[in-house]
Design a binder for this molecule. Structure first.
Ligand SMILES: Cc1cc2nc3c(=O)[nH]c(=O)nc-3n(C[C@H](O)[C@H](O)[C@H](O)COP(=O)(O)OP(=O)(O)OC[C@H]3O[C@@H](n4cnc5c(N)ncnc54)[C@H](O)[C@@H]3O)c2cc1C
Ligand code: SF4
Length: 536
């Protein structure tokens, strides 16, 4: 029996696993673990793929055109390419029902961040105010993760919000559009800061600007969304590969964990999983169990376990996610101009809007459109198809999207529970979410503020294209078993040990007591490394 058993192989799980392996523990990781398809033509740029692949349409849009976003779909601007289908594949036995929330799940080897866009920002002291520790306690672990995965950034105006930790690599070259926007900001810096409390700077990205730890620097192939062929854009499966080099590490995939079984003094003794290949139940004895199945996956295992042993159906309140607003814009200086497809594809600029209460800081990431799929945007131009395609072609280089993120609080009406079933596989995760009071009014004011900021940079927001994404879409889930210094049921200690089960830890977003506007994954990874160091 391993000393530590971990459920999941996502960003949280792999950094916890690597930390305890480095400390000399034996580790078993149980995971569903759908794996990624082979990388095609790794030396080709995006346009090279279009020319050299035997079936480029199949690669970009899917054999059944499944990557197409049709006009009636809800104005999403990011299609999932077929090469990333494995990230969002759900085992047929997994059941879930949501109200007011549109969750995404991943059962991939590496989890959701196999498809992420690499935004990696540390939380500051104000954002950690509800956590039972401060930035100084987290800093060594942010440093450690930055050293492991490679994060780039600049010590610019955004450093006032995003702590400047160690091991940051220099940023990538800006594409022409991003460079224009940034120059626009520099010219209007004082005005934007004074009038709108708005600051711009470079995105902090888990991407390599120089060769690092056996991985290559980004060569601007423009293939980010379809899967970086040179591993320059970090994904958690890379850290899983490192874990697999340790003889003390056992990785068992195709296991859908349903629940754990506990004995005297609530000590967990066994984890039960359904073997998706052999279609039978398996039991794994455990000494210490670490749940890192993603906040929703972890909650389901936890709730199912309690129900199977006590008959009680518990409710876990406080589910959080970042509200996201997508604001497409047109840079008038670039209308009719060509664009360079050999550039980094995702956001290179970020923005922050300071608030009187620093916990309410608004975080934005700006993506200028280069090699992204154009049809999700063209379909929403409120004109006929021919005119929309003409405009799409001529506006391509001028298009961009600001992705604005808001913080979230734990509120009792937002919860997860289960609809139990005698068969543990058939238990259904139930999710309920309602936005905070006055959200509409606050969003309206914020959108108007962002539009005015963008206008100062010479860009306009075309009417009818703005998209307030549904809750769940940001995939930053957190908060249902929060860290607490008081030893209350359904909470965790400051070091993420369950207050209900003494040999259980949560190392994903489950235990976050507050969700700042910034993307959380860098903090998930750093916190997982912190828990390993503090508790093991
Ligand atoms: C398109 C996209 C873009 C994103 N961009 C960013 C970004 O720029 N910055 C950022 O910070 N975040 C981003 N995110 C969010 C980020 O991906 C998640 O925060 C992160 O992946 C969460 O990691 P996790 O390890 O906690 O959970 P997950 O990634 O959800 O991993 C869960 C793991 O548990 C396993 N698992 C689940 N249930 C079970 C079970 N019952 N039995 C066995 N195994 C199980 C799964 O196989 C998986 O390996 C993005 C997400 C998406 C989808
Ligand atoms: S990060 Fe993107 S642009 Fe850079 S090498 Fe990878 S796929 Fe190409």
């Amino acid at each position: 029996m391993s000393e530590v058993t971990i459920v999941g192989s996502g960003a949280s799980a792999v950094h916890f696993a690597l930390s305890v392996l480095q400390m000399g523990y034996t580790v078993t990781m149980l995971d569903v673990g759908y794996s990624k398809p082979e990388t095609v033509n790794p030396k080709d740029t995006l346009n090279g793929l279009k020319e050299n692949l035997a079936d480029p349409v199949g690669y970009f849009l899917g054999k059944k055109y499944q990557a197409l976003i049709l006009p009636d779909a809800e104005k999403e601007y990011y299609g999932i390419p077929p090469s990333k289908d494995y990230v969002f594949k759900i085992p047929e036995n997994f059941r879930e029902q949501s109200s007011g929330f549109e969750p995404l799940f991943s059962f991939a080897r590496g989890g959701l961040a196999e498809a992420w866009t690499g935004g990696a920002y540390a939380y500051n002291d104000e954002e950690l105010a509800d956590f039972p520790f401060q930035y100084g306690d987290m800093e060594p672990f942010y440093n450690e993760i930055a050293k492991r995965i490679g994060i780039l950034g600049d010590n610019d105006d955004l450093a006032r919000f995003h702590p400047w930790h160690e091991h940051l690599l220099p940023p990538l070259e800006l594409d022409e559009h991003a460079a224009l926007l940034y120059a626009g900001y520099q010219g209007k810096r004082e005005l934007l800061q004074k009038k709108f409390s708005c600051y711009f700077g470079r995105s902090r990205l888990a991407v390599l600007s120089r060769d690092f730890a056996g991985r290559q620097a980004c060569d601007y192939s423009g293939r980010c969304m379809w899967g970086c062929p040179s591993d320059s854009l970090y994904v958690p499966s890379l850290t899983l590969e490192t874990c697999l080099t340790f003889p003390a590490f056992t990785y068992i995939s195709k296991m859908l964990v349903t629940h754990f079984i506990y004995g005297t003094a609530n000590r967990i003794e066994t984890v039960v999983a359904y073997d998706l290949e052999k279609k039978q139940t398996r039991e794994f004895p455990v000494r210490r169990l670490v749940l890192a199945a993603g906040t929703l996956g972890t909650a389901k295992i936890f709730l199912n376990s309690i129900h199977r042993q006590t008959g009680q159906i518990m409710t876990l309140p406080g589910l959080m996610d970042n509200r996201q607003i997508l604001i497409p814009f047109i840079n008038l200086q670039l209308v009719g101009k060509p664009f360079n497809p050999e550039t980094y594809q995702y956001h290179q600029l970020a923005m922050g809007i300071a608030a009187a209460d620093p916990r309410k800081f608004v975080h934005g990431q700006i993506t200028t459109l280069k090699t992204a799929l154009m049809h999700p945007i063209i379909k929403d131009i409120p004109l006929d198809l021919k005119t929309s395609i003409f405009l799409g072609r001529n506006l391509h280089a001028a298009l961009g999207v600001a992705n604005i993120n808001l913080h979230d609080d734990r509120r009792p009406g937002n919860y997860v529970t289960i609809a139990a079933d005698p068969d543990p596989l058939r238990a259904k995760l139930l999710i309920k979410y309602s936005p905070p009071a006055r959200e509409n009014k606050n969003l309206k004011n914020l959108i108007s503020q962002v539009k005015r900021i963008l206008l100062k940079l010479g860009v306009v927001v075309p009417p009818g294209m703005l998209h307030i994404r549904p809750m769940g879409a940001s995939v930053h889930y957190a908060g249902v078993i929060p860290m607490s210094t008081a030893s209350a049921p359904l909470t965790a200690s400051a070091d993420c040990r369950s207050h209900d089960f003494p040999n259980l830890h949560f190392v994903d977003g489950t235990s976050f007591p507050f969700l700042p506007a910034k993307n959380l994954t860098f903090t998930l990874m750093a916190n997982a490394a912190r828990v390993a160091k503090k508790e093991f």
